[in-house]
Design a protein around this ligand. Structure first.
Ligand code: TTJ
Length: 613
């Protein structure tokens, strides 16, 4: 695990390396200075401060289990299976290192030169602050031979560090009771708040086992327990967010990248996945601390996503050479992302000190995503389409265009009337229709976004009242690939959303085949060879004829004018006169011969013009 390597240091800590910076007294006088508030937030912060020490030990590679228990009377117990806080005498202070950790402000091996503090609460002040703000606190250390214990009250030593037994195990246990004289508002812990934070830590530190227990109730049947361990790390976090929101995802795999700098002193990882929502949800962390205000790591991520996605959109001809780049927000719509960086001497800036300032993190994350996302797109060219939804939610007026993503998606998005027209681009190559069996249709990730976009469900779950768009319009090129898409979609609709076809919701867009230009400014569009000939006869003068080979050749205005504007467009309405007979035809469609398939589309679709008039 990369992050463990970073945290590991060359030399081991010894009792002498603990640096001493200042005394403890001030903490009880001005607790807010050290833990932010003395309200509920500050109370919970005590737990994080203690747990962070165990997480550091885990990141250093010496601990894999952390237990957190809320005991009766809101006493907190934190226990790990790490090496144990050193018990040897610290020469500078003349007392055991563990005593220094708990009684001297800003003490702790992690603040010395050789060490590297990875985690750490918002204020990074450590165990002595918790001790100062506790009515009492007891620490137990097992060093593989003996068990040591020391007790403090309001930060003051009340017993020497004593040997109380023997054990072959190693680890540290801290038990404390928050002081109600300090936490006047409340000393009652909220299980859900602790669970949320510990789960977050479990995501951010893949593989660590954290167990949270609530044993406050005198009846053991009412005790609560949560085991938190995520081998998948921040990818599991993205998965968890999507599951909890019960939002549909647009692609199966969560994209994950990670890298370190050359010196192995910084580490960055990102995980993201698109869903059917329209908002973005980017969560970032530096040294396991949430950076709500973002900062350099988030900026690097966003820049790289915008750059590489635009590159990819051009490569797929989703954007034409003359088109402007899409904006960053266009690519973040529906994205859930977790960004986590670990670095030495993180600088926290901003209003709430929740914004990462280290500029080297911008470069690290940006380069990471730039490089790995390009490779990812090369290896996974079939990313599914992203619905560009319309503003209206009234199916009486809304329509969705299902478009071959690599030909006309961009023009359609730009040319549409976004009030009532939604665009769903289908990316990548269509499966060969004859190979698509019924079971395959459902697993086909091209169709997943269609199911999601329409909102009706399928088969026995199908519910027409949930249809989000009154018109479902298939818009594909007049070539073999386009015909495959139409056939696949019609087959799918017929088999899985039959009432959609029966009730006349499905249409096939008719883009023109020719553009006839007379002089400089007069344009005519012909939708068939006959129409072209008629126009040429009527014009009876010098003209220029352009044959459209695909929708992609049309700019947004032309596509609107010829194919999408309800006032002028021509659409084929797909009807199913006899469901049984049509199913037979679909079977022919599924067969190997191309001609019966083409005939089906012609026979089952009739011209309807100016639908909205
Ligand atoms: C320090 O260097 C020598 C080996 O042990 C390292 C250490 O301090 N490990 C450590 C500390 N593991 N766990 C802790 C710890 C655990 C709790 C619950 C609370 C505190 C303050 C420290």
């Amino acid at each position: 695990m990369d992050n463990l390597e970073i945290a590991k240091t060359e030399q081991e800590y010894t009792a002498d390396e603990i640096q001493v910076l200042e005394g403890l007294e001030a903490v009880r006088k001005r607790p807010g200075m050290y833990i932010g508030t003395t309200g509920s937030d500050g109370l919970h912060h005590l737990v994080y401060e203690i747990v962070d020490n165990s997480i550091d030990e885990a990141l250093a590679g010496y601990c894999n289990k952390i237990d957190v228990t809320i005991l009766p009377d809101n006493v907190i117990k934190v226990r790990d299976n790490g090496r144990g806080i050193p018990v040897g005498i610290n020469q500078k202070m003349g007392m055991p290192a563990v005593t220094v950790v708990f009684t001297v402000l800003h003490a702790g091996g992690k603040f010395g030169g050789g060490g590297y503090k990875v985690s750490g609460g918002l204020h990074g002040v450590g165990a002595s602050v918790v001790n100062a703000l506790s009515t009492w606190l007891e620490v137990k250390v097992c060093d593989g031979e003996k068990i040591y214990r020391q007790r403090y009250e309001r930060g003051n030593i009340v017993t020497d560090l004593e040997i109380i037994g023997e054990s072959t195990e190693r680890g540290t246990e801290v038990i404390f009771k928050a002081d109600p004289d300090i936490f006047k508002e409340t000393v009652v812990y909220d299980y859900a708040i602790l669970e949320k934070r510990l789960r977050e830590q479990a995501f951010l530190n893949a593989g660590i086992h954290i167990e949270l227990r609530d044993e406050r109730d005198e009846n053991p049947e009412n005790h609560k327990k949560e085991s938190l361990c995520y081998e998948g790390g921040i990818s599991s976090y993205v998965e968890y967010i999507h599951k909890r929101k019960s939002v549909d995802v647009l692609h199966e795999n969560i994209i994950y990248f990670a890298s370190s700098n050359e010196e192995q002193t910084s580490f960055a990882e990102v995980a993201f996945q698109y869903n059917t929502d329209y908002t973005d949800n980017i969560i970032s962390f530096a040294n396991n601390i949430r950076t709500k205000e973002g900062g350099t790591h988030e900026e690097g991520f966003k820049r790289a996503i915008t750059t590489v996605m635009n590159e990819y959109a051009r490569k797929l001809k989703f954007l034409k050479d003359s088109d402007k780049n899409l904006l960053g927000e266009d690519f973040r719509e529906g994205m859930t992302a977790v960004i986590s960086v670990k670095l030495r001497e993180a600088q926290f800036e901003g209003q709430t000190k929740a914004k990462l300032g280290n500029t080297e993190m911008r470069t690290l994350v940006q380069n990471l995503v730039n490089e790995k996302l390009r490779v990812y797109f090369d290896e996974n060219p079939d990313l599914p389409g992203k619905l560009a939804d319309c503003q209206s939610r009234n199916p009486e007026e809304t329509e969705v265009y299902i478009v071959e993503g690599d030909s006309a998606g961009g023009s359609a998005k730009n040319g549409r009337d976004r009030k009532y027209q939604a665009i769903l681009p289908l990316w990548g190559k269509m499966l060969n229709v004859e190979k698509v069996r019924e079971d395959k249709i459902i697993g086909n990730d091209k169709l997943m976004p269609v199911i999601t976009a329409l909102g009706t469900g399928i088969k026995s779950d199908f519910d027409i009242t949930k249809l989000r768009y009154g018109k479902v319009i298939i818009m594909a090129d007049a070539d073999v690939d386009g015909s495959h898409i139409r056939t696949l979609l019609l087959t799918f609709f017929f088999r899985f959303m039959k009432p959609l076809v029966e009730q006349g919701h499905v249409y096939i867009a008719q883009p023109p085949l020719y553009r006839i230009t007379k002089g400089k400014t007069n344009h005519y569009y012909a939708y068939s060879d006959e129409e072209r000939d008629r126009i040429l006869r009527e014009l009876n003068c010098k003209t220029e004829i352009q044959r459209y080979k695909g929708l992609g050749e049309m700019d947004p205005e032309q596509l609107w004018e010829t194919t999408m504007n309800p006032e002028t467009r021509i659409m084929l309405k797909v009807t199913v006169e006899d469901a049984e007979a049509a199913d037979e035809t679909f079977k022919i469609l599924m067969g190997e011969k191309v001609e019966p398939r083409r005939l089906f589309i012609e026979e089952n679709a009739k011209y309807v013009q100016n639908l909205d008039i």
